[in-house]
Each structure stands twice: as C-alpha cells, then as structure tokens.
Design a protein around this ligand. Structure first.
Ligand code: ZN
Length: 328
C-alpha cells in the first residue's frame, strides 16, 4: 500500500513506454568530425576513412559517447519528423502537482551495445523505469525517478530494428529542505570573501613582497632571466637556483577583460582585469583600478602598481591606469 493515494497512480505508470524520438540526421561524418574537434578526440577511426577501412570496423564509426547527441531536439526544441510528442516526463509533472517542485539530475549511465556506423538512422524510446520510496536527503524530501532511454538503429524493410545502446537517467524530484529561520538579511547571506591565493614554498616570496608593498618578480640566479608567475624551476635554463628582483611596478596594459556578468561577489561589478606587461619584460595578471565607468582601458595604456589590502590580511598588487597621453 502506497504511503499516499496519489502515489499509487504514479506507481501504476511504471513500465510505460513513450514514443519514438528520431534523430534529425543520419549518423554523418560532419557531425562526428565537429564533435571530435570540440571534445578533443583524435582517434582516426572516427575521422580518417582510409584508416577506418583497415580497422576492425572496416568503415568510419561514430564515437559511442555521441549516442544521445544524434536524437537531441536542438536549439528550437523541435523534434525531428516521425517523432511522437507525448511527454515522457509526465511523471515529474504529477509529482510537481503534489508539492515536489524541485529537480536535480543525480545519475546518468550510458551503455553501448555496439559501434554505430556512418549512415545509420537512430531513434529512441523512453521507459518510466522506477520510482523510489519517499526519501529525505540533504536537498529535501522526495522521490528518485528513473527513466530509461533505449536507442535503436532503424532497419529497412521487414528486418527488425536493432538496439544499439541505452541511457539510464535518474533525477530526484523533491520539496526543498527548509532553511533555518534567520533574523535579518545579514545573517541569511554570509559575506563572500575573496579567494585566498595558494601559497607554497615556490611563490611565498611574492606574497610576502605584497605584504611589504614590493612587487617581487622571480629571477633565475644562473641565467638572470625573469619569469612570472613563480615556478619551482627556471623555464629558460632549468636551474633550481631562483631568487627575485624588485620590479618598478611600471608597465602597460598588454590585454584586459572587463567582467560584467555574472556578478561574482565580493568583486565589484564591472570588474576590470588586466594582463600587464611590466617594464622588466614579464607579464602579470591583476585587477585594474582607476577605470572610469563606461571608459574601457586602452591597450598600451600606462599603469602603475599599487598594493591594496582586503579583508584585513590579503594584500594584492593592483594596477592603476595612468591618464592617456593626448595623441596628435
Ligand atoms: Zn635560468
């Protein structure tokens, strides 16, 4: 007997299968090539026809991890022709109606039966696989709902379509846990602090320099070259004998970015960050100060270091923009 009467109605739906969602395109070389490019996959069985012909596949195949990609609706959320429109997520809507509005995906397992070749037509069906007992987690109280998408390769004529893989997808549909009552906004929202630098034996001199209002740039005692950020070894001559040199703090804007969105506390918004080329020849990334609202820093604009202390004990080098020289 279910804990809630309405739950029996949902449990009766377990095993229900929804539609066929077709792929917009046959499995094709162009999408495979682009997917491999963005994912950084360089296995030639996906992109080099000559190589693939000599492989055990005897032809180009698609990366198995692309399985779900073929049948996605796309940006406009329009399903490919031949697809059914019945919503397999109806069970989630029923849970929403019972006061479980929030959803978090918790588990996704892909299983492949075989490689898929260029030219195959894919579709999938969705089965409402299971719903758990009501459970309470740190997120809140709700139900784990498991859906199973089974992918098929469509065969011509009377030949039965062939299962090629499946995707198990589990979400928790829940009532969010109540936050402890708070007296005012200040206690509800803890103040965000700046991330602290990771200080190690290799870069301690730099941060201690900031505390002394000195801009210390790592210098190799063997070849006398400079490098930043600090490293355990000289990148020029591989010497471990490293010291530092005091920089003048003068430089110019080599590049910059002004962060507008998202607004990340505790940083000011907009948040200008510069890549400053010091007159000693090395570059350093740091916050820019003195940026007038609406006027972007200029590449090549002169800057001067200043040291600003945040939250009592965090002293950072920042670079103040110097007025631009009038150009004639
Ligand atoms: Zn060196």
């Amino acid at each position: 007997m279910a804990k809630y009467e309405w739950l029996a109605q949902i449990e009766a739906m377990v095993g229900k299968q929804y539609g066929r969602i077709y792929a917009w395109d046959k499995v094709n070389e162009a999408m495979v090539r682009q997917w491999c490019e963005v994912m950084g996959v360089d296995n030639p069985i996906y992109t080099d026809a000559e190589y693939a012909a000599k492989s055990l596949h005897k032809q180009l195949v698609a990366p198995p991890a692309m399985l779900q990609a073929w049948c996605l609706a796309g940006f406009n959320d329009i399903l490919a022709p031949g697809s059914t429109t019945e919503n397999p997520y109806g069970v989630l809507k029923l849970l929403e109606a019972q006061g479980y509005p929030a959803v978090v995906a918790v588990n996704s397992n892909l299983h492949f039966d075989r490689y898929i070749g260029i030219g195959e037509t894919l579709y999938y069906t969705t089965t409402f696989d299971s719903i758990s007992e009501e459970k309470t987690t740190a997120l809140g109280t709700g139900f784990f709902v498991t859906l199973k998408m089974v992918f098929f390769s469509e065969h011509a004529g009377d030949e039965a379509d062939e299962k090629v893989g499946e995707l198990l997808f589990r979400v928790i549909k829940f009532k969010p846990a109540k936050k402890p009552e708070s007296k005012g906004a200040e206690t509800a929202m803890p103040k965000m602090l700046r991330p602290k630098p990771g200080i190690s034996d290799d870069n301690r001199f730099f941060w201690e320099g900031c505390d002394e209002n000195e801009l210390r740039i790592q210098e190799c005692n063997s070849c006398k070259k400079l490098q930043h950020p600090p490293a355990p070894v000289c990148m020029h001559c591989h010497s471990f004998d490293l010291g530092y040199k005091l920089a003048s703090g003068k430089g110019e804007v080599y590049s910059f970015v002004v962060m507008h969105h998202p607004h990340v506390p505790p940083f000011d918004n907009p948040n200008p960050i510069g890549l400053v080329e010091l007159e000693e020849g090395v570059r350093i990334a740091a916050g820019l100060v003195g940026v007038t609202d609406g006027i972007a820093p200029q590449i090549g604009q002169a800057v001067q270091v200043e040291f600003n202390t945040f939250e009592g004990d965090l002293t950072l080098p920042q670079f103040r923009l110097m007025p631009m020289k009038e150009s004639s």
